[in-house]
Design a protein around this ligand. Structure first.
Ligand code: GLC
Length: 792
């Protein structure tokens, strides 16, 4: 058993790995959780900071987002406590006053709890978003731990920013003029926004926000206020709200103003006595209606909160059950059985925008396809629904939209060239998992009118990619491929992408069995195109020790030893291996070069060395600060692709070692700063004075690829069209490991032993007592299968 030291001075995983327990309000950066049911989402730090939105963070904002939240964590959900005898004020959140004698927070799946104490008053708070309510629910309990009775006031306060976040941010005094406040009863307030303007893609809406937000509680407060100015006072802010100074808070509920919803309760607590209130903050259709009213009534009943919390836990438990692993490496088990999946689902639901970093980034086509790919073994049904949804964002000629928003807004074609191929990859993977070939014939509207089937969309995208080519015969790079920030290499219309050529080659191999099955005559042409690409990649793109990344508009190679900066790029080497496009000798050599030039203790840089000056022929990537973002940061997503490559070469130790280096749990939190329980997009590379500093937390394709690289390629259990392949490529010290996985409705319990300590190789497979010929487990014929695999 590997004795992994995953505890750090700020926190640790719970025993079952499903909670991350944080022992201080003052982590080096806010350590955030996402509380979500897939529609409503609340970002919630360990002290209750964050914001919330419904399905789309750009257009359906609910709790206000502060754009410096990654530094300030401006608390979204404040619970003030005032000692009515001394007048002293503190918060259950600890911030912003910093007053507490003890603090613990627990991030779990769908919930965050915190416990803090001050002046012998213990506060226990749980925030959660349950499957059955589009709201965040707050359970607040105060316990008097002192020896005398206490007179206290409790105030909950949260800022609302209704609708379009960009409008709200850019016109913070103008937009509140359209706010409507409706104090429904003594314990509920409704908020509407009379102007909702979305100018997006090909779409313009100019009307009212289709939702209404609400706040309600299980106990009627002494007083309620919705007016931010009245609550904060002239020079006050949330550190110092004027409303706390009066006995009863101001009770402004005027429309057309900034909204902070505040409720105040006054209580007397005997020693050891406990007081509880529940509050809900959420959304409903703007026009309300019977079911909206019924929902509000339910949310006044404490029993609703108890049931909803149980449902939240059951929801995630059930979803995660589909894939469970047990290996000698406890980090692998913790991540794979818990937080990796949770992060993957958050990405799958919301794309890359709603974090403490990017504001306006949308759920992008490339990202959504990779997230669907990640989710397939966990929930093929959910992946299917998303693949159908993504299918709306194509044009008849095979071009794709950059984004695939969840509001059904029309979008324009993207300038990024690689997008349709990711769709093909995800659909093929879904077919292998599910055997559900009917998906291919589902008809979905096209962005430019009419409709086409999933299959037609895949082939149109592929066709286009096969046709468009530059002078070497490789796909044109245009204004960027996977590397969005490499936006000038092909901007003149001539530059070519070597990586995209390799990716196209790979995707043609992927789609081959699908086209074969449909006897599609176009396949022969694609296979010929694939062979051409293979030839070109080997003849024109091998640089001696690795593959070049691209050719600029003027034909100069990018990622060649002839350059001083950026002389090696990762993806054209990783994907050469994944596509199996060259000799084993070259593939192994380029993997060694990647490690030699781009290897760090934290994972791999995406290029090296960093650019130090803006280079207009490379683009944005060279403009970032050296060692940050795509300019030679240690890029988790690209590193996780590379795990797959190493495993495909049979380099088990190498693959496992890289997988471990990418892990956030092993990083020193005083260097890394961001959350240790989820992957961030990158950490700063060696060119930066802040080498190892993490940033852009949570929303990254890393979650999908770390999950699949371990499951499919290291543990080696992956779906094929005719069954489940077992081909582990592991650290040779792993002597025994198990995978329990759902496949086409049945359970496969796979026990693997490795007595000889090999990296790859299977000598025996026994399924339900029968020795199998080969390593392919047949499709299910029982609800539960038991498989014993011996490596050697
Ligand atoms: C971000 C984007 C992703 C892109 C990557 C590299 O993660 O979300 O689409 O491929 O950066 O530029």
């Amino acid at each position: 058993m590997t004795d992994n030291k995953t505890d750090n001075k700020y926190g640790k995983f719970s025993k079952d790995g499903l909670e991350y327990i944080i022992n201080t309000a003052d982590t080096p950066r806010p350590w955030v959780n996402y509380l979500t049911n897939g529609r409503y989402a609340s970002l919630c730090s360990q002290t209750g900071g964050g914001f919330s939105f419904y399905t789309d963070h750009r257009f359906n904002q609910v709790l206000r987002r502060d754009m410096r939240q990654h530094l300030t964590d401006a608390p979204a959900r404040l619970i003030y406590i005032k000692d009515e005898e001394t007048g002293e004020v503190w918060t259950a959140n600890v911030h912003p006053f910093g007053k507490c004698s003890s603090f613990t927070a627990r991030h779990g799946m769908g919930y965050t709890t915190l416990q803090s104490s001050y002046r012998s008053i213990q506060a226990d708070v749980t925030f959660f978003v349950p499957p059955g309510h589009d709201a965040e629910l707050w359970n607040i309990t105060l316990t008097n731990r002192s020896l005398r009775a206490r007179k206290l006031s409790i105030y909950t306060a949260c800022d609302f920013q209704l609708g379009n976040v960009s409008q709200g941010e850019s016109e913070p005094t103008f937009m509140p003029l359209f706010n409507v406040v409706d104090p429904l009863d003594g314990q509920t307030m409704l908020f509407r926004q009379n102007w909702w303007h979305t100018l997006y893609g090909w779409h313009e809406v100019n009307g009212e926000w289709p939702l209404r937000a609400f706040v309600t509680a299980t106990t009627a407060p002494l007083a309620m206020c919705a007016d931010r100015n009245e609550w904060l006072g002239g020079f006050g802010d949330y550190h110092n709200p004027a409303g706390l100074k009066s006995e009863t808070i101001p009770q402004g509920k005027t429309s057309g103003k900034d909204i902070t919803a505040v409720m105040q309760w006054r209580i007397e607590l005997e020693p050891k006595a406990v007081w509880t209130v529940h509050q809900a903050v959420g959304v409903q259709p703007r026009e309300g209606g019977e079911s909206a009213d019924a929902e509000l009534a339910k949310l006044k009943d404490p029993a609703t909160y108890t049931a909803a919390f149980d449902e939240t836990r059951a929801f995630w438990k059930d979803l995660f059950a589909s894939v469970q692993v047990n290996t000698p490496d406890t980090d692998v088990n913790t991540m794979m059985n818990g937080w990796n999946k949770y992060q993957l689902m958050v990405n799958f639901f919301f794309g890359r925008g709603p974090s403490y970093y990017h504001k306006s980034q949308y759920p992008a086509m490339r990202d959504c396809c990779q997230d669907a790919f990640g989710v397939i073994p966990l929930s093929p049904q959910r992946a299917r629904e998303n693949l159908l949804r993504i299918g709306h964002f194509f044009f008849a000629d095979g071009r794709a939209c950059g984004g695939c928003n969840r509001l059904g807004l029309t979008e324009g074609p993207s300038i990024k060239v690689d997008l349709p191929l990711w769709y093909v990859l995800a659909v093929c993977d879904y077919l292998r998992e599910s055997d559900d070939w009917a998906l291919l014939d589902e008809q979905i509207p096209l962005m430019d009118g009419g409709s086409s089937s999933v299959y037609d969309k895949m082939i149109a995208g592929l066709e286009r990619m096969c046709v468009v080519r530059g002078s070497h015969g490789l796909p044109l790079m245009g204004k960027g491929d996977w590397n969005d920030a490499a936006d000038m290499i092909g901007a003149g219309g001539k530059g070519e992408s070597v990586w995209l050529g390799q990716f196209l080659y790979f995707v043609i191999q992927e789609v081959r069995p699908v086209m074969d099955r449909r006897a599609d005559g176009r396949l022969a042409g694609y296979l010929q195109r694939a062979e051409e690409i293979k030839q070109i990649v080997n003849d024109a793109c091998w640089d001696g020790e690795w593959f070049v990344r691209a050719f600029k508009d003027d034909g100069t190679p990018v990622g060649s030893h002839t350059a001083k900066e950026g002389f090696i790029w990762i993806n054209s080497n990783t994907w050469a291996v994944i596509a199996d496009i060259a000799s084993p000798e070259r593939l192994n050599r380029c993997m060694d070069s990647v490690e030699k030039h781009m290897g760090t203790p934290y994972g791999l840089m995406n290029l090296a060395p960093a650019y130090t000056q803006p280079d207009p022929t490379i683009g944005l990537i060279s403009r970032f600060r050296s060692g940050w973002k795509e300019n030679a940061a240690v890029f988790s997503h690209a590193s996780s692709f590379n795990v797959v490559a190493r495993a495909r070469l049979g380099r088990g130790k190498d693959a496992t070692d890289l997988w471990r280096r990418i892990l956030p749990v092993n990083k020193d939190s005083d260097t890394y700063l961001v959350e240790p329980y989820i992957y961030s997009q990158f950490c700063a590379g060696p060119a930066s004075s802040e080498f190892g500093r993490g940033a852009y937390h949570w929303l990254t394709g890393t979650a999908a690829w770390m999950f699949r690289s371990m499951l499919d390629y290291i543990l080696g259990v992956r779906a094929e069209y005719t069954g489940l392949r077992v081909d582990p490529v592991v650290d040779p010290t792993w002597k025994k490991f198990t995978i329990r996985r759902r496949f086409r409705g049945s359970w496969y319990n796979i026990d693997i032993t490795n007595p000889a300590g090999v990296e790859r190789g299977v000598t025996k497979v026994i399924m339900d007592g029968q020795v199998l010929d080969g390593t392919l487990l047949p499709p299910p014929y029982l609800p539960e299968h038991h498989i014993k695999v011996t490596m050697g």
